[in-house]
Design a protein around this ligand. Structure first.
Ligand code: HSE
Length: 451
């Protein structure tokens, strides 16, 4: 005879009776990320409460445009135009800061912490520049500061580093962490679209920062890699020391040149631990076309982590977008909802390591990076591959591959043997004044990220 199996699982809508009070959220900003958070919270209410063990309710929102905000949040949510009112509101347990910028956001966040409120922020600039001050204030008050949405939005990379990989000594963390520039580079390569048109499209899709120079100049990626390095290595956030190059100067001839050599250009953010410190850098670099990271296209992001026990792991997902970022904000809200009744000392530390275990790691100078390089040499006249190789040897470079570029004007494409950046820079200076060279020599790093 058939009998229905007896399940010990409770249906999703039955919440543990001990913690019935919902988590009360105050939100600062209701633009792309805030409105996405509101929509996803409303749509997946039961599912989210089932995971959090209690409801999550947005009780007050601060917005610049109250009419627009009212159209998003409807009735039942208080609205105001003063973020400080939200940061200090007695009915708020956790402040979600999705307004962006450092000033005045720092003041709101510190005020919320001083009032004993947890803080969730998608604001990578704020944490990259003021993270140490914010985390110290939060430790003193015993509140959480969570920032999953600040890095590679949809990808739970902070969670992976802070929790999933805690057994490991992490060797490096690297990847594509800016959706806008990856979108632009993909459009330039796949559709031959010009830089300005591709950027305009990324802005229209809501991927770019309020000031898109942050994306294009690599600053946004630098904010993110500074946070990832701190979380991966247990070192304070060192944004000022990140070596940053953006994609604004990148030419179509190099996108095509990389392609001709079997590579793709990606804006990579890299934090690599070495014996004497760490490399911390953002730069457009070549990756062999068959590497997984080279095939991350459009506004997608991917992060690879090399760890001693787990080995190489890779995380892939949307790098920008409204609900994609909301997904991370809400994951942090669920974590905060579960903190009720726990002691601060029992919680996952803000940056994965307990404060007493954090150690400053010096950032190594640019000249000490050691890797192969790509060169594009505009030539005064056609030269044989042998003659170009001889020229390179004469200035101390070891070429591994030399090709004639498929361009109207004579040019050589070169891949060098691994070379110290300081030596490469000296060689480029020598090439620049060589009589055979006619125009600016372009040099880019060639990276290998495994996989
Ligand atoms: N402007 C950012 C990007 C948004 O393009 O990646 C997400 O941080």
């Amino acid at each position: 005879m058939y009998r229905e199996p007896v399940s010990s699982l409770q249906p999703l809508h039955v919440l543990p009776p001990a913690i019935a009070r919902p988590l009360r959220v105050g939100m600062i900003g209701i633009g792309t990320v805030g409105s996405g958070t509101f929509r996803v919270l409303a749509r997946n209410q039961a599912e989210i409460a089932g995971r959090a063990g209690r409801g999550i309710e947005i009780v007050i929102v601060a917005a610049r445009n109250l009419a627009r905000a009212a159209a998003i949040v409807g009735t039942g949510v208080a609205l105001c135009d003063d973020p400080m009112t939200v940061a200090t509101h007695p009915d708020v347990d956790v402040v979600v800061e999705v307004a962006g910028g450092c000033d005045p956001a720092l003041g709101w966040v510190l005020a919320a912490i001083a009032q004993g409120k947890h803080v969730i922020t998608a604001n990578k600039a704020l944490l990259a520049l003021h993270g140490e001050q914010i985390f110290a204030a939060a430790r003193a008050q015993g509140v959480a500061v969570a920032y999953e949405a600040a890095v590679a939005v949809s990808i739970p990379i902070v969670k992976a580093l802070r929790e999933g990989l805690t057994a490991n000594r992490i060797e490096w963390v690297a990847g594509i962490v800016n959706g806008t520039t990856n979108f632009i580079l993909s459009k330039m390569r796949d559709e031959g679209v010009g830089f300005a048109a591709a950027l305009a499209e990324a802005q229209a899709l809501g991927y770019a920062e309020a000031d898109p120079a942050f994306d294009v100049d690599g600053i946004d990626a630098a904010h993110k890699i500074a946070l990832l390095a701190a979380t991966a290595f247990g070192t304070p956030v060192r944004f000022d020391d990140v070596q940053v190059e953006g994609i604004a100067a990148l030419q179509r001839a190099d996108v095509a040149g990389a392609e001709q050599l079997g590579f793709r250009i990606k804006l990579l953010a890299i934090a690599r631990r070495r014996e004497d410190g760490m490399e911390l850098r953002v730069q457009p670099a070549l990756l062999a076309a068959d590497q997984l990271m080279a095939n991350v296209n459009g506004a997608m992001n991917a992060v690879m982590v090399a760890a001693d026990a787990a080995g190489l792991t890779m995380y892939y997902g949307a790098g920008a977008g409204s609900e994609q970022t909301a997904s991370a904000v809400i994951a942090d809200l669920v974590d905060v909802a579960r903190l009720e009744g726990t002691k601060p000392s029992q919680r996952v530390p803000h940056q994965g390591f307990h404060c007493a275990a954090m150690r400053p790691l010096p950032v190594l100078p640019r000249g000490e990076v050691h890797c192969p390089h790509y060169l594009r040499l505009p030539l005064r006249a056609e030269m044989t591959v042998e003659a170009i190789a001889e020229l390179l040897h004469s200035i101390g470079l070891t070429p591994k591959r030399v090709l004639s570029a498929d361009t109207a004007r004579p040019a050589a494409l070169v891949l060098t043997a691994p070379t110290l950046q300081a030596e490469l820079d000296a060689a480029v200076r020598a090439l620049q004044v060589h009589p055979a060279v006619d125009g600016t020599v372009v040099a880019l790093r060639v990276e290998s990220l495994g996989g």
